[in-house]
Ligand binder design. Structure first.
Ligand SMILES: CC(C)(COP(=O)(O)OP(=O)(O)OC[C@H]1O[C@@H](n2cnc3c(N)ncnc32)[C@H](O)[C@@H]1OP(=O)(O)O)[C@@H](O)C(=O)NCCC(=O)NCCS
Length: 128
């Protein structure tokens, strides 16, 4: 599960919801790193299918970049699954670099077993 309840209890300051006519149409769950004082981290972003491609995801990212800068953060990180080509392109368009990995999937650098056995990830980093 990507969004257990703890995110809505302990990580609300850096998270943003977008509503249209009272309906949730997008969200970003992020936070300032507790351990790396110059960094922030985007845990998960989602835009409702009928709203994708209209700039909402980018807007939520800009809000989070501004929030991070306002708290003195100079680096933001995120990860995604190797097969999520849309997320990969989105993050590249948002200015993220891809951290080199030992293997590749469809040309995307991958860190095998990053989140545990079989849970490979692509790692993004962006300067603010
Ligand atoms: C990834 C996601 C959040 C992007 O949100 P969005 O509102 O559609 O993105 P935007 O319209 O703001 O797009 C910003 C840029 O990324 C590009 N982009 C976004 N989604 C893309 C996709 N699936 N494929 C190719 N490019 C994409 C847009 O073309 C745009 O580029 P531009 O600046 O050249 O115009 C959304 O597609 C989504 O919810 N996907 C499913 C959930 C998911 O995969 N989340 C990420 C897991 S880490």
């Amino acid at each position: 599960m990507l969004l257990p309840r703890l995110y809505f209890q302990h990580f609300t300051s850096g998270s943003f919801l977008a509503e249209r006519n009272g309906e949730l149409v997008g969200f970003l769950i992020g936070f300032l790193s507790e351990s790396r004082r110059g960094e922030s981290y985007i845990h998960f972003v989602g835009v409702a299918p009928e709203w994708q491609g209209g700039g909402l995801g980018g807007y939520l990212y800009q809000l989070f970049f501004d929030y991070s800068r306002a708290h003195g953060r100079t680096v933001v990180r995120a990860i995604t699954s190797p097969g999520n080509a849309g997320s990969y392109t989105f993050h590249r368009r948002m200015g993220f670099d891809v951290e080199p990995g030992p293997v590749a999937f469809d040309g995307r650098p991958v860190h095998p077993d990053y989140d545990g056995p079989g849970l490979d990830r692509v790692c993004f980093v962006r300067s603010l």
